[in-house]
Design a protein around this ligand. Structure first.
Ligand SMILES: Cc1cc2nc3c(=O)[nH]c(=O)nc-3n(C[C@H](O)[C@H](O)[C@H](O)COP(=O)(O)OP(=O)(O)OC[C@H]3O[C@@H](n4cnc5c(N)ncnc54)[C@H](O)[C@@H]3O)c2cc1C
Length: 300
């Protein structure tokens, strides 16, 4: 049976988009098409899709908010799964429980509204809760690892498990989620009672810092590189005099050297060429290997 027919047996056909432009689902506004862009609305549908993909070996890719990925110009074959319909956020005691497709920014704002402290660092990170766990996202001294208590995941056979935070090997911008093949369905953050005005003041300060230092007026995927031990990626790039240099429509931001912006209808090939140029020049000038934080998906 064709992939489309099988998918239509699992979820409402309206939730399956064919040849969907992924530039509409990525922060860099780059990338080709997904053969099937699927947005299930129940956990059972997610489980069935995974079981089907495993049984038939149809390629399968999970996308969150697309804020830390570059999709190549040839797009992504097979099924691209989005959990954007899973957006619930609730409080239980001093915990915030957020579904994986909710924005971590919204979880942070929810915590503020509930007078809870611990998620302030996430107030400007444009990813989903699932993507934030996958990346162990963090900013300004905080990261997911500091407050994650547990998460609900689907494994590669389609079974659901609740795992405690230490099961994910969270470390600087990394986890074992890809290796284990987990799909995060929900995360539980353990927070503390805070003072609304103090929590808000921290969030306002972080928002001000972000807006004044980052080129948020252009599409990008945030900081492209991880912080190399003993250095700052942005400073190395700045000192290599690469700001404003680019390929096609993509260039190293003049406002924040750690960002590469899609300034003028760049292709993914342009963007990836700029990444490689930066890695080459920094290695040549300072002997430092810049490791990508951003993930590259799909084919040329
Ligand atoms: C302007 C800007 C500023 C940023 N600032 C920061 C920052 O301060 N700190 C920071 O850490 N990051 C930052 N980022 C990067 C990005 O927002 C984070 O890495 C975020 O956690 C990615 O989440 P996402 O939902 O967009 O994931 P995506 O980019 O869609 O995916 C990233 C990876 O997560 C996987 N994934 C997504 N959802 C799930 C799920 N439910 N289960 C399992 N795996 C999943 C995907 O398969 C993919 O491999 C920034 C990005 C931008 C564009």
């Amino acid at each position: 049976m064709s992939i489309l027919k099988e998918l239509r047996n699992i979820i409402n056909p309206e939730l399956i988009l064919i040849d969907e432009e992924l530039k509409n689902h990525t922060y860099t506004k780059l990338g080709g098409k997904a053969d099937f862009f699927v947005t299930p609305s129940t956990v059972e549908e997610v489980q069935e899709i995974i079981r089907y993909a495993n049984k038939t070996e149809v390629p399968f890719t999970l996308l969150g908010n697309g804020s830390n990925v570059i999709v190549r110009d040839g797009g992504i074959r097979g099924i691209v799964l989005s959990l954007k319909k899973f957006t619930g956020i609730k409080r239980e005691g001093n915990k915030v429980i957020a579904e994986s497709g909710a924005r971590i920014i919204d979880a942070s704002r929810f915590a503020l509204k509930e007078h809870l402290t611990g998620l302030e660092f996430a107030c400007g990170i444009p990813g989903t809760v699932g993507g934030a766990l996958y990346m162990n996202a963090g900013a300004y001294g905080g990261e997911v690892k500091d407050c994650l208590e547990s998460a609900l995941v689907v494994d590669s056979t389609g079974d659901v498990h609740r795992l405690s935070a230490d099961a994910f090997d969270l470390a600087y911008r990394t986890s074992n989620i890809a290796e284990k093949g987990y799909i995060v369905l929900e995360a539980t953050f353990s927070l503390e009672i805070g003072d609304y005005h103090e929590v808000k003041a921290v969030m306002d300060d972080l928002t001000y810092k972000r807006e004044s230092k980052q080129p948020l007026e252009y599409p990008s995927c945030g900081s492209v590189f991880k912080r190399p031990p003993g250095y700052f990626a942005g400073k190395l790039i700045q000192d290599s005099e690469l700001q404003g240099k680019g390929v096609g429509g993509a260039e190293v931001s003049t406002k924040h050297a750690g960002f590469i912006v899609n300034k003028n209808n760049a292709t993914a090939t342009d963007y990836i060429s700029v990444i490689e140029m930066v890695q080459r020049e920094v290695k040549e000038k300072f002997g430092v290997d810049l490791e990508r934080e951003v993930r590259i998906l799909g084919e040329d």
